[in-house]
Write a protein that binds this ligand. Structure first.
Ligand code: ADP
Ligand code: MG
Ligand code: MG
Length: 885
């Protein structure tokens, strides 16, 4: 039959014929588990191809596909002896989305489809369980109305909450069949009121509606946001899985849960998970009821009274454990499994590689190598380089004193301080003005995804370790404390209460996601170090990679950190950053504002000792490794005085009037400073600036040599070159100063002179430029700006529209664009042709981006340079690039 729809049983070949890009992750694994003989409810997958057809066909399923869906439904009916829409023994279905990679909480699932006013009676009859039947029906109406009819869920939840209040009960499970029957009437009224329609009673209409809604959810705002954050291409589409229902909500012998084959928080080889008796679907992760643990051990550790699955259903527990371990062995990775128990029978509903913290990713990878389950190469490929970022962030300084307000679950590790906010909008607002926030919510939902991203950390008062907040925070690398049940949140008053304290919006708290602590005020943090399994993985990575990893650094502190993290040199030392220091900025301003060369020389001679000292410190720390020093680059006006006092103070020391200074500032004003008088263009006009900087470098070198700090190789880098003549003039300048310092000190100096390639002309004329350059460093920030003609500082305004319209997949300032990449390839090739020893590297933000690193590795560059905290990320990414070659 068509290759658009696949029965879970139709894929019998050993090697998966239809991969995840067609079946989606969930569908592929369901089929695979069926093939391996695990208890999976029967069903079929409608492929991602159909998603594409659906959108081509004006968001409609065509008749051929509808016919094939009916054929597949018949197959399920025959297999399990129930009939869709039947008045005796109705078949109920779940309609589940499934993209190529798991997108937790992003896509929509509909359960109990096939219920209507008639079939619900049949279900009650045949199961002799009216409560169950009506509970299922109301769930179905809620989900269907929400997902397909776009009625906000709170309209239903509100009715339930009010009803419980009048009845005087706390939990949904306290409501009986009559309660649900009444609520169902109210629910249908809501549909009537909101949509001016009856809730659909035709089961086939329900089915097509649900399948279409899953396809539509691929383009929902929250799915789009998730894709953007996680760089998932928008043209992948989703598959839809249609599956017969199994019921965890039929009574005490029923349950539903989630379980991991290893602990996703710390990587320990212990199964970890949560479940609820008499529950369905999202109950466990929704945070409305606090779930119970799977194992006795974790139940005891948390001092919870509610029994674990191991204790309530020991036979099921043993079976589940066995399945879990064999799935792990089969997929050779930690598994995250969703299961349901219907009348003491276990069903597996999903398996996938479990999301995990960076710490556990490392531990699991190293353990699996020791267990001989995977190779070192596999282990390195398993760890997401970006996730290492988490381990490289500070943790709480336990020695400082602080006041712990509350204790919750350690849902996602790391520590962060920020202002309390109660809404995603406020988190986004603070983020846009560079302020740190902690998002405090009773529980989070997919609508909060933007706010969770904007906040530094997340705190919830409800929900477990697998709640929405916990899963999404772990994925994003945000610290999270969930289920901190002692705190009482009042959204309206914008406060939360704990014991007898109340914390207002805007007050600072600290979250420690590694231990679950909620702390008042800001807490001192300490720098992380690379040790244990992390160190082991880094050493493996170093063995496989060929790219060198350098760092962008200009302060002794950063330089030290970078070296500790494994940097193999400095790829970019921005000398202008040294100018902003309080005690030098005045001299910098004097230099810029002075009208005569004599005044300028005077100011420069005041700056010389400062720069020289900076270089001595940095060279000493980077002893034995190359240091690329970039001469002054930004437009001069960046350093100019702005306030009245600043202007006054400069005019005094320059013996000028304020008016004269202000006039000079006027003169320096530029329309397009990024394309203006900057980089080597400054030194063409005022060579004395670069002369001073070179002298500082060489005198520092002499000083180091005298103090027996040897093997330092400065690489002097000229910015913003576009022509051969520019680099030639600059190189002559550098050599002239070197000769002067050599003759003064009687010490022979070793150094390289090279250039940044950050203008398209320079890339295209690289062969000529290479006549005078011993190295090229691709300044990919500026190269991206100048290739596109897009200013990075202004691009935020329209970047979203560009991503939305699929013009850009990813922000080109984050990951190297292939047009910019072509220029890099051209320049590298031309550079090598002229000088086969030419050193090639990149500096700029892209140097710490794994995708860009992979590009650099393919292009045969020698090194990438990134910020100190990205160095370990780059080491791993470079190894992965090499392994994947
Ligand atoms: P997600 O991608 O968000 O995990 P799923 O498709 O896995 O969504 O569905 C969510 C939950 O719904 C599952 O964890 C499971 O508890 C429940 N569910 C899905 N399909 C079935 C089914 N056939 N029978 C019973 N419960 C189901
Ligand atoms: Mg879900
Ligand atoms: Mg699931």
């Amino acid at each position: 039959m068509s290759n658009l729809i696949f029965n879970f049983n139709s894929i019998k070949t050993k090697k998966l014929k239809y991969p995840k890009n067609i079946l989606g992750g969930k569908g592929a694994n369901l089929a695979e588990m069926g093939r391996l003989g695990y208890p999976v409810p029967s069903g079929f997958t409608i492929s991602t191809k159909v998603c594409e057809l659906f959108y081509q066909n004006k968001k409609n399923l065509n008749n051929k596909i509808k016919k094939n869906i009916n054929i597949e439904i018949k197959k399920i009916e025959n297999e399990i002896g129930k009939k869709f829409g039947d008045l005796q023994n109705p078949l109920l279905l779940s309609v589940r989305s499934g993209a190529r990679v798991s997108m937790p909480g992003m896509m929509d699932t509909i359960l109990n489809l096939g219920l209507n006013d008639q079939t619900v009676k049949a279900l009650a009859n045949i199961t002799k369980n009216k409560r169950f039947a009506y509970d299922s029906y109301r769930r179905f109406i809620q989900m269907y109305s929400n997902v397909v009819l776009n009625i906000e869920n709170y309209k239903f939840e509100e009715l339930i909450e009010n009803y419980k209040l009048t009845k005087g009960v706390l939990l949904d499970t306290d409501l009986d069949e009559n309660d649900w029957e009444g609520l169902i009437r109210d629910f249908k009224n809501v549909v009537n009121l909101e949509k001016k329609m009856e809730f659909p009673q035709d089961v086939n209409v329900q089915l097509i509606g649900a399948i279409s809604a899953v396809f539509l959810s691929w383009e929902s705002n929250r799915a789009k946001t998730y894709r953007k954050i996680n760089h998932i291409p928008s043209d992948w589409g989703t598959a839809v899985n249609v599956q017969s229902m199994v019921f965890g909500n039929m009574g005490k012998n029923c349950a539903t849960g989630v379980v991991f084959s290893r602990d996703p928080a710390n990587g320990n080889k212990e199964i970890y998970g949560e479940y609820l008796i008499n529950a369905q679907g999202e109950d466990v992760v929704a945070g409305t009821r606090t779930p119970q643990y799977i194992t006795k051990k974790s139940r005891k550790k948390s001092k919870l009274n509610e029994l674990s699955l191991e204790e309530t259903m020991p036979k099921i527990f043993r079976q589940l454990k066995k399945i879990l371990f064999s799935l792990e062995k089969y997929y050779k990775d930690m598994q995250d499994v969703e299961f349901t128990v219907e009348n003491n029978k276990l069903w597996i509903l999903q398996t996938r590689s479990g999301k995990r913290t960076a710490k556990s990713a490392i531990k699991i990878a190293v353990d699996m190598v020791n267990e001989k389950l995977i190779s070192k190469k596999d282990a390195l490929l398993r760890i997401d380089p970006n996730s290492l970022d988490n381990l490289l962030h500070p943790s709480l300084d336990e020695k400082s004193s602080f006041e712990v307000l509350a204790q919750g679950l350690p849902a996602s590790p790391g520590a962060a301080s920020g202002k309390v906010v109660f809404s995603s909008e406020e988190a986004e607002r603070l983020n846009s003005i560079m302020q740190d926030s902690i998002l405090v919510r009773i529980e989070t939902s997919p609508e909060d995804i933007n706010g969770m991203h904007a906040a530094k950390a997340i705190l919830t008062s409800r929900g477990g370790m697998t709640s929405h907040a916990a899963v999404v925070a772990r994925g994003m690398g945000r610290p999270c404390v969930s289920g901190s049940s002692e705190i009482e949140i009042d959204y309206e008053k914008k406060i939360f209460k704990i014991k007898n304290k109340s914390i207002k919006e805007g007050e600072t708290i600290t979250i420690d996601g590694s231990t679950g602590r909620v702390i008042f005020g800001e807490v001192k943090t300490i720098k992380p170090e690379i040790s244990g399994d992390f160190l082991k993985v880094m050493k493996w990575a170093d063995k496989f990679r060929k790219l060198k990893i350098r760092t962008n650094s200009e302060t002794p502190n950063d330089t030290k950190t970078a070296r500790e993290f494994g940097a193999e040199g400095i790829g970019l030392c921005r000398t202008e950053h040294m100018f902003f220091d309080e005690d030098r900025i005045l001299s910098v301003r004097e230099m810029i504002l002075s009208k005569s060369k004599a005044d300028r020389d005077k100011a420069l001679s005041k700056l010389l000792p400062y720069q020289k000292n900076d270089f001595i410190k940095i060279f000493t720390i980077m002893k034995g490794l190359p240091v690329t020093v970039r001469l002054l680059d930004p437009p001069l006006h960046e350093f100019l005085p702005k306030s009245k006092e600043e202007i006054l103070s400069v005019s005094k020391s320059l013996n000028l009037t304020s008016e004269e200074v202000e006039q000079r500032i006027q003169e320096l004003h530029e329309q397009n400073p990024m394309l203006g008088h900057r980089g080597c263009r400054l030194a063409i006009s005022f060579p004395e600036i670069y002369e001073m900087q070179c002298r500082a470098i060489f005198e520092a070198l002499v000083n180091c040599k005298k103090n027996k700090v040897n093997s330092i190789l400065p690489e002097i880098m000229i910015p913003l070159v576009s022509t051969e003549a520019e680099i030639k003039i600059m190189k002559d300048l550098v050599i002239k100063i070197a000769k002067q310092v050599e003759s003064e000190s009687k010490i022979k100096l070793k150094f390289l002179v090279g250039t940044m390639i950050e203008l398209p002309r320079a890339a295209l004329k690289a062969k000529d430029i290479a006549k005078h350059a011993e190295f090229f460093s691709f300044g990919t920030n500026d190269l991206t700006q100048t290739t596109f003609g897009i200013s990075r500082d202004d691009s935020a305004k329209f970047l979203n529209d560009y991503i939305e319209n699929k013009i850009f997949d990813i922000d080109p300032f984050v990951s190297i664009d292939d047009g910019v990449g072509s220029l890099i390839e051209i320049a590298s090739e031309k550079g090598r042709k002229q000088n086969n020893k030419i050193k090639l590297g990149i500096c700029g933000e892209h140097g710490g981006d794994p995708k860009s690193i992979s590009f650099c590795s393919k292009t045969g560059l020698h090194y990438v340079s990134c910020s100190p905290y990205r160095v370990p990320v780059a080491r791993l990414a470079a190894a992965q690039a090499e392994i994947k070659k």
